[in-house]
Design a protein around this ligand. Structure first.
Ligand SMILES: Cc1cc2nc3c(=O)[nH]c(=O)nc-3n(C[C@H](O)[C@H](O)[C@H](O)COP(=O)(O)O)c2cc1C
Length: 325
């Protein structure tokens, strides 16, 4: 089981236990002690079998856009069990949600030591790409290979997006980010290009407060901005109306843009379109003209709380090749 470790004392105890068992990689006492000391202040994950720590990983910020996989160690007898992969998945998920663009890792270049060759292959198998070799970064005998991985790709953002229903940090969302999110919505496809979806971006604190007053029971009460999604239920051709498909595509695009820009959100449609018609009250606050329906609100802000992916039906149960089953 992978667990995020909060307490500094537990972090250093685990780091010491693991690194002192891995002297093939962490041979120099001085740098080993430095890794252990630094780990106290770094985001830290450990893998456990019962009460026994099998391995750990910690991250360090090396720039506003980048985190480094500062140190990672898995007991030798626990190698090849997928523990490193799971630790990295947890750290990558965290870094993506915090809005970082890149993760880097440094190791001794391939072709110098057999143990490090395995490490290089492991990083490459995770998706890291070679960035540069710095021959003198440590010393001539240990050329430093820097690997890098982009955290923001369409597929990466799709897999890290989840509904966020926690509190938001009280930080203003820059208008350029809100416009980029709205543009992602407007760029979505629509049936017969009828473009039935419009959005209203709300970031004026007074308007936002009046909008939130309508949402009872409250959701996204602390969001510093909201995108309100409107639809026109016109036919694309004959009696075919694709308005629902159109606004769904726009909403998903906006959710992905929100996550890619380092914010969180949730598709609130059921909550506002129920019998109490919160959507109509929101429409009245925002002067929405006749012919347009408010169908969804998307809060936008930085997450203040942790959150986890909900469980979903197994992939194999839902994806079929060539025939059902
Ligand atoms: C059409 C639609 C309506 C939704 N309405 C609500 C809602 O009113 N309140 C809410 O908390 N979540 C709502 N959601 C979010 C879903 O509950 C959520 O997507 C689902 O549980 C899967 O979780 P995930 O988004 O983290 O993958 C809605 C999602 C969709 C697609």
């Amino acid at each position: 089981m992978i667990r995020f470790i909060e307490a500094a004392a537990e972090r250093t105890a685990i780091a010491r236990e693991i690194l002192e068992a891995l002297t093939d990689w962490f041979e120099v006492e001085e740098s080993r002690e430095q890794y252990i000391a630094d780990s106290a202040q770094q985001p830290f994950w450990a893998s456990f079998d019962g009460d026994t720590a099998e391995g750990f990983l910690c991250l360090k910020e090396t720039g506003k856009a980048t985190v480094e996989l500062a140190v990672m160690g898995v007991r030798k007898e626990c190698h090849r069990k997928g523990i490193g992969r799971k630790l990295f998945a947890a750290a990558k998920d965290y870094a993506s949600r915090k809005g970082y663009d890149f993760v880097q890792v440094k190791t001794v270049r391939s072709g110098v030591y057999a143990d490090y060759d395995i490490t290089n292959e492991f990083y490459k198998s995770l998706g890291f790409k070679e960035l540069e070799v710095l021959p003198d970064y440590w010393d001539e005998a240990n050329p430093c290979q820097i690997y890098v991985m982009a955290l923001k790709s369409a597929l990466g953002t799709i897999s890290t997006r989840h509904s966020y229903r926690g509190a938001f940090l009280q930080e203003t969302v820059p208008e350029e980010d809100l416009l980029a999110i709205a543009r992602a919505g407007i760029d979505a496809p629509s049936g017969c290009n009828k473009q039935t979806t419009d959005v209203i971006v709300v970031n004026d604190p007074e308007v936002l407060a009046r909008l939130k007053e309508q949402i009872d029971p409250p959701v996204a009460n602390t969001a510093p901005a909201m995108i309100v999604v409107l639809t026109r239920r016109i036919n694309a051709y004959r009696d075919k109306c694709f308005a629902v498909q159109d606004y769904s595509a726009a909403i998903e695009n906006m959710l992905l843009a929100i996550v890619e820009l380092g914010y969180q959100s949730c598709w609130y449609e059921g909550h506002i379109t129920d019998d109490d018609r919160i959507c109509d009250k929101i429409a009245a606050v925002l002067n929405v003209p006749e012919g347009y329906d408010v169908v969804c609100i998307l809060p936008v802000g930085k997450a203040a709380d942790d959150f986890h992916a909900p469980s979903k039906r197994p992939f194999e149960e839902r994806v079929h090749f060539n025939k059902w089953g």
